[in-house]
Design a protein around this ligand. Sequence first.
Ligand code: NAD
Ligand code: UDX
Length: 460
Amino acid sequence: MRAIKKITCIGAGYVGGPTMSVVAQRCPEIEVTIVDMNTARIAAWNDSDLANLPVYEPGLDEVVAAARGRNLFFSTDVDKAIEEADMIFISVNTPTKTYGKGKGQAADLKFIELCARQIAAVATSDKIVVEKSTLPVRTAEALKSILDNTGSGVNFHILSNPEFLAEGTAVQDLQNPDRVLIGGEDAEAIQALVDIYAHWVPREKIITTNLWSSELSKLVANAFLAQRVSSINAISELCEVTGADVNEVSRAIGMDSRIGPKFLKASVGFGGSCFQKDILNLVYIARTYNLHAVADYWEQVILLNDHQKVRFAENIIKTLYNTVNGKKIAFLGWAFKKDTNDTRESAAIYVADHLLDEEAEVIVYDPKVSAEQVYKDLDYLGTRSPEANRRLVTVVEDPYEAVNDAHAIAVLTEWDEFKNYDWSKIKAGMKKPSFVFDGRKLLDRKQLEELGFVYYAIGE
Ligand code: NAD
Ligand code: UDX
């Protein structure tokens, strides 16, 4: 197999952009081109002002600055990039289906299939095709069937190389991954990809498996991580009625080396583009094999997460004397976690939706999320008209403006800056009694209570 000189990645999103930027930074002798059909997104990746990159991730601007124009290119010319590449990563979105069979559960693979068909139509030389997107187990079979039936005589090798980065720490995770997983059938193709990662990842952290184990492991990793969050969130409700403190319980159980301390932080519920989508996908796959007990088991992780979001909103309503109609509730945070501008499946959206049903007035402040995005997220739910969303929700750029005259503050994202606000000033400007509902267990109860706030935190 010839040495890999040119790599193309189809999909310049939260995964394709950062992942391939790091590959380019670490492999200066390889030319990396990231393509996307979204011209605005590609223009933003090419923007000379690095503050305008379409994905916000700490440290990403430096990586892009080091490689862009040297061996890292962003383009909308998908055909050209396919034609020239030795290796093609497919990193397009695989959202939950919103129509037809498997609606609401199965992964929508139309974007993946379109990529495969485009590669099949354009390629005139042998290619290694790498699944970077998260896919249902056995998707490689479908890709292979499309690619092997072109009649062009071109050889395609398919690898699975799921991405484990978490948003907000993407660059750190990519530079120093716990492991890199490569699944495949062809030893030379696997070696070609191992050699790329070996530029910076210790060899013992690069593990190789068969295709199906690799595809399935990605879904399972996300299911296990989400399961831990739902497990501790289930316990948070029990803590609230028994006088136990969920942070103390997390610490106590996390020191058992078999359990471990990570991912035991109770919250208003997990969000993000992956956990829910990937578990639903796992549930769907289990059901298609008639494994109903398996499907029911994993589905419970989602049901508990939905319950946690509803429970948080209902506690606000109940505490505010059973009505929030016309009351101003300030949201600190809209992103699904700190250090990202991503709002996909953020708990904030669902908590807001619940409060808006009760005609609350919601004022949102998030350091990285635009007003346009907030309205887009609410409109997407289709619960009420876009006009009603704009009437009830205001998005501001100053946190003190958000909380001024508010009946209550709800902390939905754990942005560090919230801890350092002048809480005394905030208290002075709020309605009395002044309620804080901390969905992230971020703020200091003692400090807030001393200032006279009525402070409620998950799991306490
Ligand atoms: P994204 O929506 O941010 O980016 C996908 C991009 O692909 C979009 O810009 C879209 O325009 C482009 N695209 C779709 N079809 C195309 C086509 N035919 N030709 C050219 N461009 C096309 O999605 P993402 O968050 O980067 O996720 C991509 C995949 O990675 C998903 O399968 C996801 O499950 C997986 N993943 C995501 C994360 C994460 O944290 N976001 C982590 C690990 C894995
Ligand atoms: C996740 C996986 O961690 C990552 O490996 C995969 O590649 C993509 O999906 P991501 O969704 O970006 O990453 O963020 P993650 O840190 O996993 O957080 C997901 C959600 O769980 C967030 O809403 C976060 O706030 C929440 N969470 C996480 C908790 O509520 N408590 C925790 O202890 C950990």
